[in-house]
Design a protein around this ligand. Structure first.
Ligand code: PEP
Ligand code: MG
Length: 577
């Protein structure tokens, strides 16, 4: 058994499908001149195999994605036939007597660097294609056995060094039973998506496995305990089959709470809304009794495609969400890319500290063209339901003013075009940067609401990368510094009568309920799968006890002590976790 970090609840059992890392480590091998002909033969063989594989992948994908979306495979085939790329490879072999794989690696590096330097979006994309095709070719030259397509005949557990959000968009949840990654963080977007999809996920196995997991190994993953069993004994399998049944029973029991009013034992009502990334999650959110959508992460609309979504396309999606909610609110957050979320077609600069770099509102205020397109789409959709706008990563009054100025321009354009929209649409900001907390009193009079994003707030207050499993033990939402940040935000908001909600992962943590109760926060937004669990706990909580708990918590010197206090008051009844 290997102990990792449980990032999405539940138990999965099945065969491993290992996603290749495409990281090759081989010596700079030279060849003898007499071996040149043989080496060329190897190169051509590799090219043939790569082409066959790409053609096969294209056929596989055509049925799922449609003809249009598979042009990427044609582009990859074209690279393998490109005379300039090929003569570079051949030239290195012929002139420097380097082995085929060394020549291919050097040629890839040369072209990727060359294209990357160009200030041209299209060329940057080509650099990615060359890297991808080159890696495929290297795989064949090195005789590596990795499968690149998941099995079709049986479900599987995805194993990868690291996953990125756009890979999650491709995941077939009918086939993927669970996820295991060596790297990653509990509040990474991949983890958030796994929870939203209800797919068990364990991460942080780097350096903990004696031998690497192989394709076809039988795995059990326990997303609650953070455990992974590789080829376990019959006895363990039997134990986990029983656990899985119990887990399912608990979920069924929770489901019966969906229609029950959301309030504490002593009658304090809450709004438990859902965080969603796509329209697909809306059904489940409503089935779980969500009071609305407290956070619509729109960046996922921009993923899994080749170009930016245009106004009309975005409008259709926002309108659909607003209408399906039938009067319940949806908080649409403007584009929050950067950090761990990238877009293939939107080349973000390579940065040493992406979380502190070009991301979220910093990008949209720089690219007001795409910001305004999104705001126009949101405004137009506001005519069809209860929509609010939320700006991410605000850290200064100037950013807020500038964002509002673009919003005003968008409104004016729509007025001129006689397109209807909600003129007094509510506009709020994420409180997720410590600077925003410290100037919350200055920001509050200028907004309609605050939404506390604890995922980033914890990362920035504690200087702990939310993506880095090596410092995961330091990532502590219950750290006294975080609690003081929450307190200060709420006090500043109260002074201006500005409502505060919480939409970070902490909102879905039942241990935090007494804190919200004591602070007067009544609006939480969380992963769809957390709603009923939090509700179950809330139904057993007493508002009258929360002030004393909060006092005790504020007196604690460490996050560990805070958790000890909160654990004493935990209500989970039908649940063990
Ligand atoms: C947050 O930072 O808490 C948040 C909700 O936003 P995201 O997780 O998308 O960064
Ligand atoms: Mg955030």
């Amino acid at each position: 058994m290997v102990e990792g970090i449980g990032a999405s609840s539940g138990i999965a059992m099945g065969k491993a499908f290992v996603i290749p890392t495409w990281e090759w480590d081989f010596p700079d091998k030279l060849i003898d001149v007499t071996d040149l002909a043989f080496e060329f033969e190897r190169l051509y063989d590799g090219i043939r195999c790569s082409k066959d594989e790409i053609v096969h992948m294209k056929q596989e994908f055509v049925s799922v994605l449609g003809e249009e979306q598979t042009s990427i495979f044609d582009a990859h085939l074209a690279i393998l036939e490109d005379p300039i790329f090929m003569s570079e490879v051949q030239g290195i072999m012929q002139r420097q007597y380097k082995a085929a794989e060394v020549a291919v690696k050097e040629a890839i590096e040369k072209f990727v660097n060359m294209f990357d330097l160009l200030d041209d979006q299209y060329m940057k994309e080509r650099a990615l294609d060359i890297k991808d095709v080159g890696n495929r070719l290297l795989k064949h030259l090195l005789g590596a056995l990795e499968e690149t397509l998941p099995p079709k005949d049986h479900p599987y557990i995805v194993v990868a060094k690291e996953l990125i959000p756009s890979q999650m968009v491709h995941l077939d949840i009918n086939q993927a039973l669970g996820l295991v990654t060596m790297l990653g963080g509990k509040t990474s977007h991949v983890a958030i998506m796994a929870r939203a999809m209800g797919v068990p996920y364990v991460l942080g196995l780097e350096g903990k496995l004696n031998t690497a997991i192989q394709n076809g190994d039988f795995l059990i993953i326990d997303g609650d305990e953070g455990r992974v069993f590789v080829n376990p004994s019959e006895e363990i399998i039997e134990q986990y089959k029983i656990r899985k049944t119990i887990w399912q029973k608990m979920r069924d029991k929770l489901q019966t709470l969906a229609g029950v009013p959301t309030q504490t034992k002593d009658g304090v009502a809450f709004q438990l809304a859902a965080n969603i990334s796509s329209v697909k999650e809306l059904d489940q959110a409503l089935r779980n009794g969500a009071s609305g959508v407290g956070l619509f992460r729109t960046e996922f609309l921009y993923m899994d495609r080749h170009s930016l979504p245009q106004e009309e396309e975005q409008f259709v999606v926002y309108k659909q969400v607003a209408e399906e909610l039938g009067g319940k609110h949806v908080v649409i957050r403007t584009l929050d890319i950067g950090g761990d979320k990238s877009l293939d077609y939107f080349a973000l600069p390579e940065e040493d500290n992406p979380s502190l770099g070009y991301r979220a509102i910093r990008i949209t205020l720089d690219r007001t063209d795409l910001f305004k397109t999104q705001l126009r789409a949101i405004l137009r959709a506001s005519h069809y339901g209860h929509i609010k706008i939320l700006y991410p990563m605000i850290s200064s009054i100037e950013e807020l003013d500038k964002a509002n100025q673009v919003l005003e321009e968008a409104k004016q354009e729509l007025r001129n075009e006689r397109i209807p929209f909600q003129a007094d649409i509510e506009v709020g900001i994420m409180i997720e940067v410590p600077a925003a907390v410290l100037i919350a009193d200055i920001l509050a009079p200028k907004v309609d609401f605050f939404s506390i994003g604890t995922n980033d707030l914890v990362q920035y207050v504690l200087a702990v990368d939310r993506m880095n499993e090596q410092v995961a033990h330091l990532y502590d939402p219950f750290h006294p510094a975080v609690l003081r940040m929450l307190k200060q935000t709420v006090e500043a908001a109260k002074a201006c009568n500005v409502p505060v909600s919480v939409c970070g992962e902490m909102a879905g943590d039942i241990r935090a309920l007494p804190i919200w109760l004591a602070l007067g926060i009544r609006d939480l937004s969380m992963s769809v799968m957390s709603i009923l669990r939090v509700k179950n706990s809330l139904l057993q909580s007493q508002y009258s006890e929360s002030a004393a708990i909060w006092k005790e918590v504020l007196g604690c010197g460490s996050g560990k002590q805070v958790v000890e206090v909160l654990n004493k008051h935990l209500h989970q009844d039908v649940l063990t976790k």
